[in-house]
Unconditional design. Structure first.
Length: 276
């Protein structure tokens, strides 16, 4: 059984409040993009000796966490606690940039839930799968059925967003920078934007530059000015819109057409270009 989790970008991200439990309320638009990981699951043979119900092999990139804490394994265990599932070998191929603000781990978790639900006939509805996914991360629920979505609360309340980037191209530039989300949050004073991102994205993309904001950019650009330079260079190369995704450190540009040899402009970064 194989599935291909997709990445996301944030079209605007505003921190609008702090909850009594210490979490932050946000407003954002999640938009799926065609950059993919891959998950393959195979049932363990009855004779295979393992201390765990599921093991995992990760290729494509090094993931710095205990295998049993990986979100794919956690997703399997969550369902296996409630449903009779066979023991599983899992192969996760990582291609979505990590520590990028593109939701790779959350996507892997959600797609594992949908794969197991489909393969073993668990009969879970989309809402039921979203509830399982939300137990593992605030934005995991989005990836159960990744469609353009306005998210508020801690990023777990989803509604359809009236936006399409079909026909545009995207360039993602991921520098070798790992951003501390906790540090970034600490430097943000929560406030509502003049116009909610849900309304801004209804307008032509060419108008977004002046009205769509990511509150994480200023504090993170102060620490990593090279990220601000990447954003500006994307505009200089013809992007109709550019922004940092999530809390970074991936920067993205939306283009009518990808400029020639764009990756050569960012020799120390990973650059991905795709049509949306």
């Amino acid at each position: 059984m194989i599935t291909k989790p997709c990445a996301k970008i944030n079209l605007g991200l505003n921190v609008v409040g702090v909850r009594p439990d210490g979490y932050h309320d946000i407003e954002t638009v999640f938009y799926p993009v065609p950059v993919y990981d891959m998950i393959e699951m195979c049932e363990m043979d009855d004779s295979f000796t393992s201390a765990y119900r599921a093991d995992i092999k990760i290729t494509g990139a090094t993931v710095d966490c205990d295998d049993q804490k990986n979100l794919v394994v956690k997703a399997y265990n969550l369902l296996a606690d409630d449903y009779k599932l066979p023991r599983m070998h899992i192969h996760l191929y990582k291609n979505i940039p990590m520590q990028a603000g593109m939701g790779g781990g959350s996507a892997d978790c959600a797609y594992a839930i949908t794969l197991l639900n489909r393969q073993y006939g668990l009969g879970l509805s989309l809402d039921e799968m979203r509830r399982y996914a939300a137990r593992l991360g605030a934005d995991c629920a989005f990836f159960i059925n990744p469609q353009p979505s306005y998210a508020d609360g801690i990023g777990d309340r989803l509604r359809p967003a009236d936006v399409s980037l079909s026909g545009y191209h995207i360039a993602v530039v991921k520098p070798p920078v790992a951003v501390s989300t906790a540090l970034a949050y600490a430097k943000i004073a929560p406030a509502h934007p003049a116009i909610c991102c849900r309304e801004v994205v209804k307008q032509p993309v060419e108008t977004w530059k002046d009205n769509l904001s990511n509150d994480f950019e200023k504090p993170i650009f102060d620490i990593y000015p090279e990220l601000a330079a990447i954003k500006q260079h994307l505009y200089d190369r013809g992007a109709v819109f550019a922004m940092m995704s999530g809390s970074g450190s991936a920067m993205f540009g939306i283009f009518d057409r990808i400029p020639d040899q764009l990756a050569n402009d960012f020799p120390d970064c990973r650059t991905i270009t795709e049509q949306l």
